[in-house]
Each structure stands twice: as structure tokens, then as C-alpha cells.
Design a protein around this ligand. Structure first.
Ligand code: KE4
Length: 430
């Protein structure tokens, strides 16, 4: 038995499903998790000595690639000063200022430890600020696992085919209205019916949790218009897209001015750190200034902040070449996979923006959750296993994104495409 299998057996004995987050289980793609020993640059190495070109990058945070020397140095220096104090540190202010310099709509920023915490806190703040209870989210979007947001959610729920989530009180779930992504008419009907009761609309400006789905040109402007018209807050969930699509993320890329913005993943550089922020008058309702309570023992943790600052300062150093290189690699990967899959006779559709992409095993177009769900997940599973066996690590789910990192070279992409060509040939035979 290989070591991964042995470790997985041991893990299942004391951890539910042997994993600490369901999407890592690999069951949906007919595999088992590989236990990772280390990462470096564009690759990860499992406990059996196998190496993989990593297109998951820890689900987005590792934009610099694994074990970037500047991140290691920053973390080492920080932790030598102490891991956590439960008191403010200068780094937190530096990080908040750096974030605000690229996200001017985030006039005040609160640091937390996960994207879930950022989303949960922003929803509570929106409800407290507006005095309203209803929220709107879009089918297939995922904003973490807070109760109000596990309605028609993507990511792991889509992967595991979970329509909803037991344990979320029906009365609470009923306050979460859902609408198809990219469907302006449906959203207009919701606002026509009960706009005055809606505290917030929360959206992934580029969806990443039903696979990658870019916004239709009229979609985000419609959210901005309707929320302004009805006094509802516009919450932009940039946990994936923040500092991924550029230094100002989707907000800069698409010219958005949300009332509240969520960030995560990249801003922690691989350590647990996320943030939410927005208009001063809204954020001022947060304790200790205001009466909306939100807190966290490790919020703004100095070691995580050091990793985040090192990551963002690297991205700031040569943004056009770093983001340009990642985008070109993502474009080459997506167009290459699409032509190879099509040439092999498989239904395929590719969505790509910046350094994030998804190859869907459906003829497409994939523009919302329903069209994403038409994908042949068994084909995706065969593709995933073939690529794994050839040393390429993809998200173990059709409903996630492939991320290129700054540590990735064009040759890496050609290696992935060679593996894909061999995989598709194998799939044709079976
Ligand atoms: P976390 O609580 O996992 O840090 O963030 C939740 C979250 C919020 N918003 C968006 C847009 C997100 O994508 C996420 C988390 N993303 C998933 C993968 N797409 C995390 C992977 C996992 O659940 O293990």
C-alpha cells in the first residue's frame, strides 16, 4: 500500500471523511486524496515522492507559487517575534492600507481568518445597517459555509450533489432568496416583489464555484442599479478574484463600487487571513464603534499578515509582467485543453478570465449554474484521474477553477497539455 493510502486510512479513523474540507476528498472524481509532503514553485510533492504540476494552488491563495522565498522569510521573521498577541500590531494597519490603496471602496477594512467569516460578518453588518432581514445570492455561487449562505451553493455542495444543508433552520434559509447567475430579469422580479425587505445582494463578480463563469455585461451593473434604487447593500465576494484578476481584482477590472467587499485566499499568502470592508458609514456600525458585533481571537494574526504583505508586495512589484504571464499561461491552457478535448470527440466548453479557468465537459455555453450542471462529471473524473496519473494536479471537482501561479512557466503549460493529450487518447479507448 502506498503511504498516501495508509495515511488516508489513518485520517479517516479520526477526521470525518479523512479530510478537513470536503472538496479535498476526491471521491466525486473517483479518486482518493494524495497526502502532500511539500510544495515548491509550480509543483507539489506527495508522501510517495510523486510530483504534480499544481493547478489548484490551495484553491487560489498560492498565487506566488509554493514556498516563495520572500513569503518564507516574512513568516520566519514574524513568528520569531511571537505568533499572536490578541492586541493590535502595526502590520495589520499596513495590510489594511495596502488593501485600501487597490480597493478604494473599502474605506474601512476589518481583518478576519477565513472567507466564511468575512461573508458571515458582512451579511450580519448589512442586516444591522439596513434593519432588513432578506438577502439575495445567486445559484451556484459559494460564499463559505455560514448558515444563511448554504442555499443553492456551489463549490463542495455542487461537487457532492448536496441540494441544501441540514442544520440550517428553515426560517433562516427562507430569508435567503436565490436567483440564476447572469439573469437580470429574475433579479428585477425579486426586487419588484420585495426590494424594500432586502438587506444585501451578495455575488461573486466572476463566479469560481460552479466552475469559472464570467458575468454577462449587463449583470453586475443591474445589481448596482437595483441595490442603489432599493437601499440594499451590494456585497462583492472577491475571496477568489481579489488580487487574482489584478491588483484591484474584479472591482478594478469591471469598474465596480460595491458597498462591501470580501477578500481572502491571496491576501493571506497561504495562511488563514481574510477581510471585509466598505463604506465608512457602514463599517462604523461594527463594534467597538457601533453595535454590530463581530470578533476573532486570531483576527489580523501577525504571522498571517506577514505572509499576506509579502505576497501582495511581490504582486505590486511588477504587476503587468506577473499578471500578464499568468493570464497568457491560463489562456494557453484553456485553448489547448479545449482543442484537444474537441479533437478527441468529447463535448467541451472553456471559460477563462485572467489566471482562472475551467474546462467543462459539456458543449456549452456555460453561463450559469444550470448550464454548468449539464457537464458530464464522469468524464471530468476520468480526465482528472488521467491528469493526476501523469503528474498534473487539477481541482477534484468539475465545479471549481484551475489557477495558474506566478511560479508557472510556459513549459509547465505545455507539459500539462501533453498530459491532457495522452489522457484524452486513453479516455477515447475506454
Ligand atoms: P473560506 O472560508 O474557505 O476561506 O472561504 C469561503 C469562500 C468565500 N467566497 C468564495 C468566493 C470562495 O470561493 C470561498 C471558498 N472557496 C472554496 C473553493 N472554491 C474553498 C475550498 C474549500 O472549501 O476547501
Amino acid at each position: 500500500m502506498n503511504k498516501s493510502k495508509q495515511l488516508f486510512e489513518e485520517a479517516r479513523e479520526c477526521i470525518p471523511g479523512g479530510v478537513n474540507s470536503p472538496v479535498r476528498a476526491c471521491g466525486a472524481v473517483g479518486g482518493e486524496p494524495v497526502f502532500v509532503k511539500s510544495g515548491r514553485g509550480s509543483r507539489i510533492y506527495d508522501v510517495d515522492g510523486r510530483s504534480y504540476l499544481d493547478l489548484v494552488n490551495s484553491w487560489g491563495p498560492l498565487i506566488c507559487g509554493h514556498a516563495a522565498p520572500w513569503v518564507i522569510h516574512a513568516v520566519e521573521s514574524a513568528v520569531r517575534q511571537g505568533a499572536s498577541f490578541g492586541a493590535p500590531t502595526e502590520g495589520e494597519t499596513r495590510l489594511a492600507r495596502l488593501i485600501r490603496s487597490h480597493y478604494p471602496a473599502m474605506e474601512l477594512v476589518r481583518l478576519v481568518s477565513s472567507g466564511t467569516e468575512a461573508a458571515m460578518s458582512a451579511i450580519r453588518l448589512a442586516r444591522g445597517y439596513t434593519g432588513r432581514d432578506k438577502i439575495v445570492k445567486f445559484k451556484g455561487c459559494y460564499h463559505g459555509h455560514a448558515d444563511s449562505l448554504l442555499v443553492s451553493a456551489g463549490s463542495g455542495l455542487a461537487t457532492l450533489g448536496l441540494p441544501g444543508c441540514p442544520g440550517v433552520p428553515a426560517a433562516l434559509a427562507a430569508l435567503t432568496l436565490t436567483s440564476p447567475y447572469n439573469d437580470v430579469a429574475s433579479l428585477e422580479r425579486i426586487f419588484h416583489d420585495c426590494g424594500g425587505e432586502i438587506a444585501a445582494v451578495i455575488v461573486e463578480p466572476v463566479a469560481g464555484n460552479m466552475g469559472v463563469i464570467p458575468p454577462a455585461p449587463d449583470f453586475l451593473p443591474a445589481i448596482a442599479r437595483l441595490t442603489r434604487e432599493y437601499g440594499t447593500l451590494f456585497i462583492c465576494d472577491e475571496v477568489i478574484t481579489g488580487f487574482r484578476l489584478g491588483l484591484g481584482g474584479a472591482s478594478a477590472h469591471l469598474g465596480l463600487k460595491p458597498d462591501l467587499t470580501l477578500l481572502g485566499k491571496i491576501i493571506g499568502g497561504g495562511l488563514p487571513l481574510a477581510a471585509f470592508g466598505g463604506r465608512r458609514e457602514i463599517m462604523a456600525r461594527l463594534a467597538p464603534l457601533g453595535d454590530v458585533y463581530q470578533a476573532g481571537t486570531l483576527s489580523g494574526n501577525p504571522v498571517a499578515v506577514a505572509a499576506g504583505l509579502a505576497t501582495l508586495e511581490y504582486l505590486q512589484s511588477q504587476p503587468s509582467s506577473i499578471y500578464g504571464r499568468m493570464r497568457l499561461n491560463s489562456e494557453r491552457l484553456t485553448s489547448g485543453l479545449l482543442s484537444l478535448a474537441t479533437a478527441a470527440g468529447f463535448p467541451a466548453w472553456g471559460n477563462q478570465i485572467g489566471s482562472m479557468s475551467t474546462l467543462f465537459f459539456t458543449s456549452g455555453p456555460v453561463t450559469d449554474y444550470d448550464s454548468a450542471l449539464k457537464s458530464d462529471t464522469a468524464l471530468y473524473g476520468a480526465f482528472w484521474r488521467g491528469m493526476r496519473d501523469r503528474g498534473v494536479w487539477l481541482a477534484p471537482s468539475q465545479f471549481e477553477a484551475a489557477f495558474t501561479s506566478a511560479g508557472m512557466l510556459p513549459d509547465d503549460i505545455e507539459e500539462a497539455l501533453d498530459a491532457a493529450e495522452a489522457t484524452f487518447q486513453d479516455m477515447k479507448k475506454n
